[in-house]
Design a protein around this ligand. Structure first.
Ligand code: BES
Ligand code: ZN
Ligand code: ZN
Length: 498
């Protein structure tokens, strides 16, 4: 699809469809229709009433015509209008275009700008949502009858000449935000028999090969043993699939002021281990590497986005399987810091692998660590499937991440690292236990477990993404069922401000 810019006289540009966002204001809507100069204006006003089109968010009003069809898209009230409306408006357009197959579509930039003049933000947001909405995972379908291809060849944008470059640059950025999210979605959607620790490692290597500024180190079991990662090894030991410890290092072109580690939970299948999952608890557990997928998605575009920080991507990838060799409840393992962990339940495996991944991250002498993990079902009980839980040991980091999430539209809710619950993770035989001794607050106690492995003054944030990593029903207008790629865009927003 090509971007085309024009300044006026839409009639003369050969477009087939004009998509026009309108606020919830019936007089303004009527004024637009008058401006478009239809002979049957009265009839159209009558149809507005009949279809109860008032410009509410999500409503569409289609005016068919021989040469240029016009779609009025409701934006709701001006006071409530936000960047998220741009994503939704774009998603409705893409969906509309799948039923109304046209090659040449036009937008008028100023009709999208309800109370802002930020053309770059508009361009980036439309590009991002366009591609995210158009995503589908249909690799394994012989023929996908649900899939209708977009046939848009030209997307025309009416814009002042001087703003053309800004628009194009921001559009490219939006594409990067989308492609990185889509990589993460693909990785999450892939079945676990394909999406093995080795597959994750190969993906990391591919990213490194395509980016001279990214180096990849892949450690195998022997190297992990040498590093003393007893916690990671303990979780892996029931599986037939070889484990991989993945370490990506991105170096910016100019000397970095900050060193950051992104750590992703990389359990490529969580059966629960000997504490095997029951009922349909195991069904979607191929998604237990969603944190790792997010880290890889982010890495795929760090170079193109010219991120200024040094970024480390760290993933302890393995399966959690039952077998004669599997770790047993009551076993004690030691992570590479020498801290001992009693395994109270083999299904609380993510935090155990993270104990080593977080320790390794600190060995890289980073200033800040952000980990992402589909860590607890309790998080879904607490916040539902739209929100990730955010735990942070430093106020500024919390503020920055929440700000980034606000821009990306990803929903993140801060939760407490409640010191009074710390004792719930106490063990009688080891330094700490991987399940808490009380039922409630399971996402909090899991976060507190991770905090046990953060030493010194490293700024650390933990995102429990168990809820929004995977959408059982569409998460929003631009996120279909399946892997969400949750966290990619928020982390990219955050890193862009470094
Ligand atoms: N991977 C799961 C958490 C999960 C559940 C993610 C549902 C996404 C959707 C995690 O390893 C797990 O099994 N956690 C247990 C912990 C419990 C044994 C303390 C849980 O949440 O039940
Ligand atoms: Zn588990
Ligand atoms: Zn898990």
């Amino acid at each position: 699809m090509e971007l085309q810019f024009f300044q006026k006289d839409i009639d003369e540009q050969g477009f087939e469809l004009l998509y026009l966002p309108v606020l919830e204001d019936i007089n303004a809507i009527k004024a637009w229709i008058s401006f478009l100069g239809y002979e049957d204006e009265k009839e159209l006003f009558g149809r507005l009433q009949k279809e109860k089109f008032s410009g509410k968010a999500g409503q569409l009003f289609v005016i068919h015509s021989q040469d240029l069809a016009v779609v009025l898209a409701g934006c709701g009230a001006k006071e409530k209008f936000s960047q998220e409306n741009w994503r939704e408006l774009t998603a409705y357009l893409v969906k509309f275009l799948k039923t109304y197959q046209v090659n040449k579509v036009a937008l008028i930039a100023k009709t999208w700008l309800k109370g802002t003049s930020d053309i770059s933000l508009l361009a980036k947001t439309i590009a991002e949502s366009w591609h995210l909405t158009n995503y589908s995972f249909n690799q394994y379908k012989k023929s996908d009858t649900d899939k209708i291809e977009l046939v848009v060849i030209d997307l025309g944008i009416e814009l002042e000449l001087g703003k053309k470059r800004d628009f194009k640059t921001a559009w490219e950025q939006g594409l990067l935000f989308a492609s990185s999210t889509i990589l993460a979605r693909d990785l999450v959607n892939e079945p676990a028999s394909i999406m093995t620790p080795s597959f994750l490692a190969e993906t990391a290597l591919k990213i490194s090969k395509a980016n001279p500024q990214i180096k990849a180190k892949i450690l195998d079991k022997e190297q992990v043993e040498k590093l003393g990662m007893g916690a990671f090894l303990g979780i892996d030991q029931g599986s037939e699939e070889p484990l991989k410890f993945i370490h990506l290092i991105y170096q910016p072109k100019t000397k970095a002021k900050e060193k950051i580690a992104l750590v992703g939970k990389g359990i490529t299948f969580d059966s629960g281990g000997l504490n095997i999952k029951v009922g349909d608890g195991m069904t979607d557990m191929k998604i237990d590497m969603a944190g790792a997928a997010t880290v890889l998605g982010v890495f795929s575009v760090l170079t193109d986005l010219k991120i200024k920080a040094e970024v480390h991507g760290i993933i302890a990838a393995c399966e959690n399987m039952p077998s004669g060799k599997a770790i047993k409840p009551g076993d004690v393992v030691k992570n590479m810091q020498g801290k001992s962990i009693e395994i109270g339940n083999t299904d609380a495996e993510g935090r155990v692998t993270l104990a080593d991944a977080l320790a390794y991250a600190q060995k890289q002498k980073v200033d800040t660590i952000v980990d992402l993990a589909t860590l607890t079902g309790a998080c879904i009980v607490a916040l539902g499937s739209s929100y990730a839980a955010l735990y942070v040991n430093q106020e500024n980091l919390a503020k920055d991440l929440l700000k980034a999430a606000n821009t990306s539209g990803e929903k993140i809710w801060r939760m407490p690292l409640a010191p009074e619950y710390k004792e719930l993770n106490k063990s009688n035989v080891a330094d700490v236990r991987n399940i808490a001794s009380a039922r409630g607050g399971g996402s909090i106690t899991a976060a507190l477990f991770l905090q046990e492995f953060i030493v010194g003054d490293t700024a650390w944030a933990h995102l429990d993404i168990a809820g929004p990593a995977y959408a059982e029903k569409p998460l929003n207008a631009y996120t279909p069922i399946g892997g969400v790629g949750f966290g990619v865009r928020t982390l990219l927003e955050w890193l862009s401000l470094k």
